[in-house]
Design a protein around this ligand. Sequence first.
Ligand SMILES: [Zn+2]
Length: 379
Amino acid sequence: MNTTLLDQLISINSVYPNEKQHAEFLEEQLKKIGFTTRRQIVSQDRFNILAERGNKNSPDQKALCFFGHIDTVPPYGEWNTDPFKAHYQDGKIYGLGAVDMKGGVFAILEACRETDPQKYLKVIFCVDEENISAGAWKAVTDEEFFNDVKTLIAAETGNIHPYDPQEKWVHLGRRGRCTIDLEVLGLSAHGAFPEKGINAINDAATIINSLKTLPLSEHPIIGKSSLFANNITSTETSLSIPDYCKFEINRSLVPPETPESALKQVQEMVQKLQTDQHLKSQINISLQKRDTPFAPPYITDKENPTIQHILKIIGEETPKVSIDYGLSVADENVFANGAHLAVISVGPEGDNEHTANEWVNIDSLKRLVNYFKRFIEEV
Ligand SMILES: [Zn+2]
């Protein structure tokens, strides 16, 4: 397999929010292999690529849609090689985005290049996945693009599984997440007379200590949700009782939890503490403000006929197909929740994403191109 194209993708810096050059390059590649492309502007110099190819056999024919994200995280940690230059060693390609997810994007392009351009097919590449999924949230507003999509195939890795020629892991769901802001407003007083004030840090500590008593949901497939507090800040005071404390709760979500249900749970816990433990601070609780919504979790129905067909093909190519569910959130959550698509993640194998010396296994890329070609031709 010729992987020159992947070398090129790695050499283009696409650390969010600077995806423009990579997006233009991908657009050009799609055009070369027969796609009609459209730019969907997300913000200045940032756009998704929505592409389609081929013809419908009947007006109600639905398309498969491949998904990839255009951006990468910055190069974290101490790299042994240049993160923007593909480095080949021991059957692996090292580089920033090698597995997350330029390897997957490469496999999509290769599979499309080697299949019948008449087949009705869609591809979407989005910006900002590594940040707040601004690209995916924008994409799902385009009902026209998704109204004839039956299944979204994300060429993305989920939880890391080592490459095994005998086994292929796919992902059929992911946990969601949200961040809850808590602002604790007390009353300052001279430090020599603490009883005259309301200590916001003490009240915050009571709340943080009580978090471990929250009953977390457990889903039979995706497991238990989790939470932790962080980013605790207060105002600087000398000899005064602190009247302000702010912190965040980082919360992962499993079905049927939503960001709103997680918020309500904390609000009720705090209300109870205010009564039972006589917390006197005023406590403001809200979902953290950001430009896109927090994504709920999703689980794809394994019995969906297209998903069944995809799993069957993988099973014919590889002795064992194993199903997993991602522990962290990704653009797939947005497509599953925002566009109500059946989403399956079938990516390459590699490791060290979001840290130094990220790599992708070359055999796993070959295998991925094979699967994708069969999906395009047969599903
Ligand atoms: Zn990714």
